[in-house]
Design a protein around this ligand. Sequence first.
Ligand SMILES: Cc1cc2nc3c(=O)[nH]c(=O)nc-3n(C[C@H](O)[C@H](O)[C@H](O)COP(=O)(O)OP(=O)(O)OC[C@H]3O[C@@H](n4cnc5c(N)ncnc54)[C@H](O)[C@@H]3O)c2cc1C
Length: 413
Amino acid sequence: MPDFNPASPPLAVVIGGGPAGLMAAEALAQAGLAVEVFDAMPSVGRKFLLAGVGGMNITHSEPYPAFVARYAERQGEIGTLLGEFDADALRQWIHGLGIETFVGTSGRVFPIDMKAAPLLRAWLKRLRDSGVVIHTRHRWLGWNAEGALRIAYPQGERLVNAAVLVLALGGGSWARLGSDGSWQALLAERAVDISPLQPSNCGFEVAGWSALLKDKFAGAPLKNIALSVPGSAPRKGEFILTAQGVEGSLVYAWSAPVREAINRDGRGVLLLDLLPDKPVDKIAQALARPRGSRSMAKHLHSQLGIDGVKAALLRELTDPATFASPEALAQAIKALPITLVRARPLDEAISSAGGVRFEGLDAGLMLKGMPGVFCAGEMLDWEAPTGGYLLTACFASGQHAGRAAAQWLKSQG
Ligand SMILES: Cc1cc2nc3c(=O)[nH]c(=O)nc-3n(C[C@H](O)[C@H](O)[C@H](O)COP(=O)(O)OP(=O)(O)OC[C@H]3O[C@@H](n4cnc5c(N)ncnc54)[C@H](O)[C@@H]3O)c2cc1C
């Protein structure tokens, strides 16, 4: 016997047509429900498409223990979701849309053409073919006194009665793509436990660069370097010096501990290793070689290849006494402290930390205080670095919430 009467299945509503919401819609349709998706924007999946612009890194191929550890404090909760839909399952799912994937040299997984658009196109067709109705330019405004969903659309406002609801409203960055975090106020009114949205995978600001450094080197990349936070192992990579501070993939990787240090102490520190492949004693030896009448800057360049933005930053962040001493300068080259005073605004971040706390959700991602309302995707309180971990958790939580929502509805008789 089917779970629901196929002639008049109950209506499942999904608000938010990003990867999490569309995944929930797919799971709900597979369970035999009538599904309608509402999204505020003129088209769905806008952030997903943007994520594909520089190469759609959809998941990662590293072994599961390393993969799940990327979710840090929330690895328990996200691990449960990945138990049903992990990186391999996600790849199989993509292959099911007729799109092959490949593993890049860094272990990151990409669709074969690196793009998001063909995948989204194929997926939307499959969803529509399975009966999912997608309404764009439909903004959810909350509930009316009778519990109906209030939806604003170009012709006015309509009320929708949902038998079950999945919210997948995204985080709070890149508001122009749809996820503006305005849901926080709507859920706070209903006493939902929310950790405020904060920037994650973001740039940071220093108290102020000198005019010299800013004018000459803002926008300059620092390559073949390593960064760490005090007490942690350095990671190699690259970042960019900006007019206000620093940004780029390696800075993003450290964004959670730096942000937390700023929240706690008013400042966070990144330690820059300008020569990650050279031990400190070898650097000191090179610097101690006679330099004759050459300046220290020329000496740094000829002995160690440090010049340009690297030399300028070293000069900016050390005092003259350190610059004059081979031992002290060698120490500074290995661990140059960059003091950061604030994160760049949430809207600029790749993703958001914070969101609906797992403590307020049951195992199916249903709000404990609002039976029949499920949450999925970046609006949940977890964060992860870039590398495909963000999308993987969005897909996994969307599928989990969709399946659990269908189960819950069935259990209501
Ligand atoms: C520049 C950039 C690059 C990225 N690159 C990658 C990457 O390579 N790999 C990776 O894993 N992740 C990447 N991400 C992150 C990834 O795109 C997001 O984590 C993911 O899209 C979040 O999915 P979601 O479904 O939870 O929310 P979203 O994709 O943000 O979708 C939420 C949807 O809800 C809708 N909505 C919001 N409020 C309402 C409302 N009140 N009524 C109706 N609709 C509403 C929005 O219009 C939106 O369509 C990137 C992000 C950015 C900004």
